[in-house]
Design a protein around this ligand. Structure first.
Ligand code: SF4
Ligand code: SF4
Length: 444
């Protein structure tokens, strides 16, 4: 039954919303989707891998519940029993109630960290199913407005914080003065929009907006390494929040801009700033959205710094940092991206008192700030509750400095630090490397 406006009378979703929402579940013979939708055996083992369940003990927030929600809707429309005897197989309509539950669980209680996938007893790719669910909600126009506004800012202005170009350039000039002072060379520069350089370097917009010294830190590293590099004023944003909102079209549009800027500036390679999801969205996911591979090398700044050390282009002073240091592994970079050794290689060069978190590496707990959570203020309370797991890991480590190669993780860890009164310093990899960098004047 429908009312005069074509809306379903038993709920508030339109027929068109339901049709579009179900589109990702049609699968078109996608065997991966069908396998993961139909495989959960309800063993419950994934619960203890998820920070939201671990921090709250709310059975509603387990990974299996998220799988079950999507799978129950799939059954309702794509299986014989689900169509005719839905109660028998717990099949559910895609209606207002189930869609609202999806928003709360898939956007508000999941960072797409992938830890549950690693722990699932039979290998259900839970975070992939959550991403499919987000894609359904995006098709239905039900992405939380807070997250969508971040995507919109990137689409409309070229960066997710809508920083005007003039303000960005002023910040770079200010940071260039900082670099000149630090390296003692008036010729030291932060190059902008220069064609034909070896590296096009990107930034997380949080850097020019809130943490400009991290731009200066990487500029110092490039200076000492004698690198040929540039930033771009047209496209410097490494983030791609459309990857989190589930809108593949917008994710492709944002990723395509970096491609175009590489072509425009004819740079040799693209170095992605310390941003876990930005690296994942561009380096590993964008060839899927854009349906083409890279004609240029793409690397994270962590890999770039590690290469400078190996090649003897930069040296680090082991006497500079004497306090205990630990590292938070960003889920997108480490568990989901496989960049595990490079950051450890860097830290072992100059940190004498380094301690791993437990668990660490690919099994590390998410900080709670991923998946777009930082932009969705309506879930702040739940996000900070989930951050308690990370706070406990940091406390147990006994470290005074926490390094993490991701600006989103930095933001969450700064809030975790304040909320749980940990009294630690939070630094990016470039920042801690710059602190120990042995400066060699390139123009003596
Ligand atoms: S991906 Fe991470 S946050 Fe999401 S359900 Fe799995 S463990 Fe929990
Ligand atoms: S561990 Fe895997 S099979 Fe078991 S409940 Fe979780 S998703 Fe289902």
């Amino acid at each position: 039954m429908t009312n005069d406006e074509g809306r379903m009378t038993k709920d508030q979703l339109t027929r068109e919303q339901i049709w579009k929402g179900l589109e990702p579940l049609r699968g078109n013979g996608d065997s991966k989707l069908l396998t993961h939708l139909n495989s959960c055996v309800h063993c419950g083992l994934c619960a203890e891998s998820c920070l939201f369940y671990m921090a709250t003990r709310d059975p509603h927030l387990t990974p299996a519940r998220k799988v079950d929600l999507i799978s129950s809707i799939y059954k309702r429309y794509h299986t014989f029993t689900g169509k005719y005897l839905p109660a028998l197989v717990h099949a559910r309509d895609l209606d207002e109630a189930s869609a609202r539950e999806m928003v709360d669980l898939l956007f508000g209680a999941c960072t797409l960290c992938g830890r549950c996938t690693m722990h699932c007893s039979i290998g259900v790719d839970i975070s992939y199913l959550v991403a499919v669910g987000r894609n359904m909600l995006s098709n239905m126009g039900m992405v939380p407005a807070t997250l969508q506004s971040t995507v919109q800012a990137a689409v409309e202005t070229g960066n997710n914080m809508a920083i005007p170009t003039g303000e960005f350039v002023e910040t770079l000039k200010w940071m260039e003065e900082e670099v000149v002072d630090e390296v003692g060379d008036p010729a030291a520069r932060i190059p902008v929009d220069e064609p034909g350089k070896q590296i096009l370097y990107t930034l997380n917009p949080r850097e020019p907006k809130f943490f400009p010294l991290s731009i200066a830190a990487m500029a110092k590293i490039f200076y000492v390494a004698g690198e040929s590099w540039t930033l771009s004023t047209r496209m410097y944003d490494v983030t791609n929040y459309a990857y989190f909102s589930g809108n593949n079209g917008e994710a492709a549009l944002i990723a395509n801009r970096l491609w175009n800027e590489m072509n425009h500036l004819q740079a040799g390679s693209l170095v992605l700033a310390e941003c876990g999801h930005g690296t994942r969205a561009f380096r590993w996911e964008s060839p899927n959205y854009l349906e083409r591979g890279f004609p240029f090398p793409v690397m994270s700044s962590v890999e770039c710094i590690a290469a400078y050390i190996r090649e003897g282009k930069i040296q680090l002073d082991p006497e500079k940092i004497k306090t205990k240091v630990t590292m938070h592994d960003p889920c997108n970079l480490v568990r989901c991206g496989g960049i595990i050794r490079e950051q450890r290689y860097i830290l072992h060069q100059f940190i004498r008192d380094f301690v791993e978190m437990t668990p660490g590496g690919t099994d590390n707990h998410c900080c709670g700030g991923g998946g777009g959570m930082l932009s969705m203020s309506e879930y702040n309370e739940r996000r900070m509750k989930a951050g308690e797991i990370k706070a406990e890991q940091i406390r147990i480590s006994g470290a005074e400095i926490v390094v993490t190669p991701c600006h989103n993780c930095v933001d969450q860890l700064i809030q975790v630090n304040a909320t749980f009164k940990l009294g630690v310093q939070i630094k990016t990899m470039a920042e801690i490397v710059a602190d120990a960098l042995i400066i060699r004047n390139q123009n003596p």
